[in-house]
Design a protein around this ligand. Structure first.
Ligand SMILES: [Zn+2]
Length: 217
């Protein structure tokens, strides 16, 4: 009985802190670049500093895809196109703002993200995207990945998805999860206008563009 209570508590704790996703595609809309909203905002620069990778099968292509995604994440996040899209993002109700934005304008969201200030330890290593990746496998689960914002910088990823994901999908998911590590959350997987989802989608589109043409503006 004691053990059972312990197990129930563990499950509850996980439900409170774990952030789970089911990424489905949604159509992105933007205000025109020509309106110049991004022009007053300095362009940031982030370096991906990947930490520990754990739980991957030996010599797995999954692990290599994660490592290879780091240079794509950098190319995407540091591009002018990323800056323009993040700042010009138009939500489904036609406003130039995100939901679950911690009270920030689109400009502030961009500037905040480009500081590289994770809730855990981000203050001391700004300008870097710091995170560890822990791989697990749960074949029946719809969860692609989850984080424990403010508790650690570990991104847990489900091998069910990562084993068959394209590198651009991994890029998108890691960006989504890393945004959680910066304290941006979302309601449900339907909260498409939230910072983690919307910017994650932006990252995926730009990753595809980068992979196909070899550069981003
Ligand atoms: Zn999420």
């Amino acid at each position: 009985m004691k053990m059972l209570i312990g197990m129930v508590c563990t499950l509850v704790t996980l439900n409170v802190y774990a952030h789970t996703e089911t990424l489905e595609k949604t159509k992105l809309n933007f205000f025109p670049t020509e309106l110049g909203f991004a022009d007053q905002v300095p362009t940031g620069f982030l370096k991906v500093v990947g930490g520990t990778l754990s739980g991957f099968p030996k010599n797995s292509s999954e692990k290599q895809k994660v490592l290879d995604s780091y240079s794509i994440i950098e190319a995407v996040m540091n591009s002018n196109e990323f800056k323009e899209r993040v700042i010009n993002f138009k939500s489904s109700d036609g406003k130039r703002s995100y939901s679950s934005n911690r009270g920030m304008s689109n400009e502030q969201v961009y500037e905040y993200l480009m500081q590289g200030k994770e809730l855990v330890g981000g203050e001391s290593n700004q300008g870097e995207m710091n995170f560890d990746v822990r791989r697990y496998y749960r074949g029946w689960s719809k969860v692609i990945g989850y984080t424990n914002p403010g508790k650690s910088n570990t991104i847990s990823v489900n091998g069910r998805f990562y084993s068959r994901y394209k590198i651009t999908q991994i890029t998108s998911n890691l960006v989504h999860e890393w945004i959680h590590l910066n304290g941006f959350l979302h309601d449900s997987a339907k909260d498409h206008d939230s910072v983690p989802y919307a910017v994650g989608y932006i990252a995926e589109e730009l990753a595809e563009k980068f992979v196909s043409q070899g550069y981003l503006d």
